[in-house]
Design a protein around this ligand. Structure first.
Ligand code: OSB
Ligand code: MG
Length: 369
């Protein structure tokens, strides 16, 4: 496969409602799209980075710059030897920046699979046809607003609720949701590293609410702290930010830092590494689920393919397009009976609608070999 050009496009899409987490409030999604034009087919991907480096160290402007100046020259150097399996190796000299690398690899993979007529799910080894849909719920100012939001999501059919928490918004909202919706509700929390080891006793008070898991309570680098916490708290600990590769997943599991892992392909450097994380977790008996980065239909389609692998036994954070966007970039992703169908079209199975893309585009640059 030979690359003719790569287009980097910035798109701004308003969110239907603000999304607040312990690291800040998002009101719009500022997305970087990568389009790879090859001699055989065209590939698309979405970079998971947010506008500011507050979830992880990556951010959209930085990712765009890095892809244009550091990653693409290394990709172009492969000439017509290029294929998706070679991308990680070509980009290996660049440290970190996994979301940026993932976007580049995924766009190449999309082009390659389209040329071969193979859907991403089949390529990765998906065995399911649908993914169970859960929803990640914003922090609110008041508990009644939260209960209204959760009630709406449950009416839409979401099968699992994840509450974002932070110090000052944890026991009370969790107790209120449990009380209102009952013990049958699949409920979990995500702290986005807002606590410290000193909060262990406080976090143990969540145990009485029968949560599926506590996601990333401590700093991303405090893997040993999570292992310590796991000895004090009965609720299973799930890692998100701390797991950036199959190697870090292995270390976290081996040291008892987590019982569950949230896999986000961008965070671990791409779908191929995400599959390795899945394989390793499955071998170790660690259940996994697909996380999210407020993706448009492009990233969401690819995430669905990953979620079809057999180790993904817990409900995903992959919601329908309308959970975040009145107008998605792609044909809307729909949830039926709390599940979303895995795309069957060749490639990642999601491409932007040209008119919508033009309307929402903020800037565009073309990089050529
Ligand atoms: O920690 O899982 C997270 C969104 C942005 C950044 C980090 C996270 C999230 C979510 C929402 O929880 C996931 C989604 O619905 O895409
Ligand atoms: Mg998380």
């Amino acid at each position: 496969m030979n690359i003719d050009a790569v287009e980097l496009r910035r798109v701004a899409i308003p969110l239907v409602t603000p999304f607040r987490t312990s690291f800040g409030t998002q009101t719009a999604r500022d997305v970087l799209l990568v389009r790879v034009i090859t001699d055989r087919a065209e590939g698309w991907a979405e970079c998971g980075a947010l506008s500011h480096p507050v979830y992880s160290s990556e951010y959209t402007d930085g990712a765009e710059h890095l892809i244009a100046d550091e990653l693409l020259p290394r990709l172009f150097a492969a000439g017509d030897r290029l294929n998706a399996d070679l991308v990680a190796q070509l980009l290996e000299p660049v440290r970190g920046h996994r979301m940026a690398k993932s976007a580049v690899e995924t766009a190449v993979l999309d082009a390659q699979l389209k040329a071969a007529g193979v859907p991403l799910g089949s390529h990765l080894g998906a065995t399911a046809t649908h993914v169970v849909s859960g929803v990640s719920v914003s922090i609110y100012d008041e508990v009644p607003q939260l209960l209204d939001a959760v009630s709406g999501y449950l009416e839409s059919g979401y099968r699992r609720i994840k509450l974002k928490i932070e110090p000052g918004w944890d026991l009370e909202p969790v107790a209120a949701v449990r009380d209102r919706f009952g013990s049958g509700l699949l409920l979990q929390v995500d702290a986005n590293s807002a606590y410290t080891r000193a909060d262990a006793r406080h976090l143990a008070r969540l145990d009485e609410f029968g949560l599926l898991m506590i996601e990333q309570p401590l700093d991303e680098e405090d893997v040993a702290g999570h292992a310590e916490l796991a000895r004090v708290v009965r609720t299973p600990i799930c890692l998100d930010e701390s797991v950036v590769s199959a190697r870090s997943a292995y270390e976290a599991i081996r040291t008892g830092a987590c019982a569950i892992i949230n896999i986000k392909p961008g965070r671990v450097g791409g779908y191929l590494e995400a599959r390795r994380v899945h394989d390793l977790c499955t071998a170790a008996g660690i259940p996994v689920w697909v996380g999210g980065m407020l993706e448009t239909g492009i990233g969401r389609a690819a995430n669905l393919a990953l979620g079809g692998l057999p180790g993904f036994t817990l409900p995903s954070d992959i919601s329908a397009s309308d959970r975040y966007f009145a107008q998605d970039l792609t044909e809307p992703i729909r949830m039926v009976d709390g599940r979303i169908e895995i795309p069957t079209a060749p490639g990642i199975g999601g491409a932007p609608i040209p008119d919508v893309l033009e309307q929402l585009t903020v800037s565009r640059q073309v990089v050529k070999p």
